[in-house]
Structure formats: C-alpha cells, structure tokens
Design a binder for this molecule. Structure first.
Ligand SMILES: [Zn+2]
Length: 308
C-alpha cells in the first residue's frame, strides 16, 4: 500500500467513524433531551383550587412544574384580588398560561376583564356562543387590546399543561344545544374540561345541565371518568343526573356556591344523588376555598396549615 492510498484509507475510516458517532448522538438525543426536560420529580404536587367567589365559579390549577390555568373567575372583584390572584402569586406563577371562560354568564365571567387587566395571560379560550353580556364583551375587548392569543373550545381539542398534565376539551360541540325558544343555550354549551395529571383526572363542567350530560354520555362515557368532579351548575337539580355521576365515578366533588343564594343551590335532590353515588362533597359556601393536591398518582384535599 503506498502512502497516498493509506492516507485515503485513513480518511475513509475517519469519515465512517464520524458517521457512526453522528448516528449514536442522533439516537441518544431524544432520551437526553427527555431527561433534561424531566423537571417534574415523582411526588411533586399539582394544585387545584375551587375559589370561594360566592355564587359563581372559579377554578385555578397550578401544575407540578408551575404551568397554570384559570377556569372562570366569578363576578366579585374583591375575590379576584384577595383569593384568586394571591393563590397564583403564592406559588410563583408569573402568567396564567390559559384563561378559560366556560360560558358567558355573569357569575362565571363577570371579572374576565379584571383578571386579564391585572395578570398576564398566555392564551384565552372561549366557547364562542353568541352573547351580549356586557362584562363578557368587556373581557373580549381586553383580550383584543392586549393581543392575547384566543381560541375557541371545541370537543376533541387537547393541550399540554406542563410535563405531566394534559387538558382535554370535551364540550361544547356543534350543533350547539338550543333551549325551548330555539336559542343557543348558555349553560348547556359550557366548556367542559378534563384535566389529566399523570393518573389523576379532574372533570370541570361549568354549568352544563342534563341535556349536555346526555350527549356527553352518548358520545363516550369513558371520557368522563374522573377522580374529582366540579359539580355542574352549582348543584342545580337540572344537572348531575345519576347516569352522569355513575359514568364519572368520582370519589370527591366540589360544589361552588354562595351562601343563602336565591336559587336554592345546591338543590336537595342533587345532594341526595351525590350521596347515593358515594361521593364526598365539599362546598365553597361551607368550606371556603377548597384546594386539592395531586402527585400524579392520587389526589386528596390539601391539609390546611396548622391542622394535623
Ligand atoms: Zn353559574
């Protein structure tokens, strides 16, 4: 072998070695990146807060890796400043990754503009049913003024909320449910979310009533399975049918409701059905803000500081 051909051989060997190295790196890269992104250690907690906003609804979620979602915000400005935003600030949340309006009723979106004005938001999610509620329209104006990316909730959408947590949009879907006047019904077209945190599932139902429950059951009852349930429509008798509760199969449920409200929520029949389903019920009018913690394997009420 002369010198020139041995040099060529060395070059070929070097090139082959380089290719082999690149292949090894390419194969190893996904797991390396995966390891680096694995910021959620087993046992780290995702928090789900059912805020005491009086007669209304507001649920906040902070995942184990600090991502956040606000599902409705009630209609008490005072509660935004003393209950909702302090919860997020306490855990170092700088931005609400998702702000979701379940439906344009005052007790759910009354303070939409307030929240979006006082705290940065990543994405706004809207059911986009026709409505002229002034607080809702004011909220939409803030979304536009601040250039907050907005999208409509539709059954089948999913989005990631951090490493361990995923959100499924189960409702609404078109054609929207209409009421007896043929108009699109607010409550029955509420956004319904199922939050999946590891093995733990949480179902947020807004104000859906039995018509939406029936459709959801007909579409896929297994998609409703959850460990923790937000009882629909503040415990109204027109929601939380037994077949729906059976499909959900929750161990715990929270009713967001104001003390001595004029609707008589939660209705006695609903309380009875929840009891018969063997569900432990928490109420914001009695328990105040109720916080659950999930470690991705199980979920339980957070122990208050100072209690055993
Ligand atoms: Zn409501």
């Amino acid at each position: 072998m002369n010198r020139r051909s041995s040099r060529r051989l060395r070059r070929v060997v070097f090139a082959l070695a380089l290719i082999l190295l690149l292949v090894i790196v390419a194969l190893a890269l996904p797991s390396l990146i995966g390891d680096e992104r694995g910021t959620v250690e087993p046992g780290e907690l995702t928090r789900i807060a059912f805020f005491d906003v009086g007669q209304g609804l507001s649920v906040g979620i902070i995942t184990a890796d600090g991502r956040s979602l606000l599902f409705d915000m009630g209609d008490r400005e005072n509660a935004v400043d003393t209950v909702i935003l302090p919860f997020f600030r306490r855990y170092g949340v700088q931005q609400l990754d998702y702000v979701v309006a379940s439906h344009p009723d005052q007790d759910h979106i009354g303070e939409l503009a307030t929240v979006l004005t006082r705290f940065p938001a990543g994405t706004y999610i809207d059911p986009a049913i026709e409505n002229t509620n002034r607080a809702y329209l004011r909220g939409l104006r803030v979304v536009e003024e601040k250039g907050i990316p907005a999208r409509r909730a539709r059954r089948g959408d999913t989005f990631e909320l951090g490493e361990r947590t995923r959100v499924e949009v189960l409702w609404p879907r078109q054609p929207f449910i209409t009421n007896s006047d043929g108009e699109v019904d607010d409550n029955n077209n509420s956004v319904v979310l199922r939050v999946i945190d590891g093995d733990v599932r949480i179902l947020l139902t807004g104000d859906i009533e039995k018509e939406a429950e029936e459709e959801l059951l007909a579409l896929d009852p297994s998609a409703l399975r959850a460990d923790l349930l937000q009882v629909a429509h503040h415990g109204s008798r027109s929601s939380s049918t037994t077949p729906f509760l059976d499909a959900v199969g929750a161990r715990d449920a929270v009713i967001s409701v104001g003390a001595d409200n004029s609707y008589g929520h939660p209705h006695r029949e609903t309380m009875q059905r929840l009891r018969e389903a063997g569900i432990t019920v928490y109420r914001t009018d009695i328990d105040g803000t109720v916080v659950f913690v999930s470690d991705g394997t199980q979920i339980q009420p957070e122990r208050q500081e100072g209690t055993p």
